[in-house]
Design a protein around this ligand. Structure first.
Ligand code: PLP
Length: 364
């Protein structure tokens, strides 16, 4: 066979790409998975459609209607896609010219904004969050020239905090007529009063991203929503695939968004928040934990005195956390998804024997 280097044929940005390090790709032989912010228990569903010979609706009517009612919006303000991740990418494909326009976001934050930009070949700019993890508005203003999309994650992954609403209003005013502001609300069910969905009446350039992957316990379904005014939705409809959701996905999403499904989700949120508060207290009682940050979500960020050793020790016991060490400002930090109460107890039992700062220095 002649030596053809297939990689030479690929786009330069794809050759240079580091793919998203998803929790599943990171592997491990864990049996306590606390690294992907999934709901720890499966919700059972049965398929009600037997029409797989037919193509699905592009935007299944019942799913759109139910999500609009749930979000307090009209159906024309809702787009459904293959997870919120597809929404992140559709926005770039609709609004950004490769080689000309840029997107902006504020680390430490969700990893897919940069991965999608790199994959599509769009410049991305980062403006680090302030020390309190709020927006650095003057620095954003300085960087806004040529930016078409500003992604703001609130509550933010992985830090768990909400972005100040007054700052979001200032950002929206700053961006008016220039850029779209995308509020990623993947975790909003854990603090529903903080949603920006009702702001859509005031801001034509606001977009809100949602998902069924977190509080709705359906990460495996791959179903997310983009909320925006009709002109934005119409543009996204031009670039979305003709059949973005399979019939079984639409079937289950509609069930999850029934009154019963929403009530069940709310019960899960209440239970999970109780477990989170228990875990916060328990972590504060561990020598190896230096700081536990407040969280409005289904995960906690904590700073450890020897985070790589902690990560490895738990990994070896089958407890898989998410290392956030590499993110700006997060040295020594691990992210822990809230599992079942039993999973959290196992985590604490594994952390308890680990030494604090003085102890780990002696060991070193
Ligand atoms: C999990 C997550 C998503 C992705 O949601 P999917 O619907 O599973 O694609 C988007 N944004 C943030 C901040 C997330 O944590």
């Amino acid at each position: 066979m002649s030596t053809v280097n297939i990689e030479d044929l690929a786009r330069a940005n794809v050759r240079a790409l580091t793919p998203y390090q998803s929790a599943r790709r990171l592997g491990g032989n864990g049996d306590v998975w606390l690294n992907a912010n999934e709901y720890p228990l499966a919700v059972p569903f049965e398929l009600s459609q037997q029409t797989l010979n037919r193509y699905p609706e592009c935007q299944p009517k019942l799913v759109i209607e139910r999500y609009a009612a749930y979000a307090g919006l009209t159906p024309e303000q809702v787009l459904v896609s293959r997870g919120a991740d597809e929404g992140i990418e559709l926005l770039m494909r609709a609004f950004c010219e490769p080689g000309k326009d840029a997107v902006l976001f504020c680390p430490p934050t969700y990893g897919m904004y940069s991965v999608s930009a790199e994959t599509i070949g769009i410049e991305y700019r980062t403006v680090e969050a302030r020390e309190d993890w709020q927006l650095n508005l003057p620095a954003i203003a300085d960087q806004l020239e040529g930016v078409k999309l500003v992604y703001v994650c609130s509550p933010n992954n992985p830090t768990g905090n909400l972005i100040n609403p007054d700052d979001l209003r200032q950002l929206l005013e700053m961006a008016r007529g220039k850029a779209i502001v995308v509020a990623d609300e993947a975790y909003i069910e854990f603090c529903p009063q903080a949603t920006l969905a009702s702001w859509l009446t005031e801001y034509p350039h606001l977009v809100v991203l949602r998902t069924l992957s977190k509080a709705f316990a359906l990460a495996g379904l791959r179903c997310g929503f983009t909320l925006a005014n009709k002109p934005v939705i119409d543009l996204l409809m031009k670039v979305i695939a003709p059949y973005p959701l399979s019939t079984p996905v639409a079937d289950i999403a509609a069930q999850a968004l029934s009154d019963q499904g929403i009530a069940l989700m709310r019960q899960h949120v209440t239970d999970l928040i109780a477990t989170r508060e228990w875990l916060i207290d328990a972590l504060k009682g561990c020598d190896c934990v230096e700081q536990v940050f407040a969280s409005q979500t289904n995960y906690l960020l904590a700073r450890f005195s020897a985070s790589s050793q902690v990560f490895k020790t738990l990994w070896d016991q089958g407890i898989i956390l998410r290392d956030q060490n590499k993110q700006p400002g997060l040295a020594g930090c691990l992210r822990i998804s809230i599992g079942t109460r039993e999973e959290c107890e196992r985590t604490i039992a594994a952390l308890k024997p680990l030494p604090g700062a003085a102890g780990s220095r002696e060991q070193a």
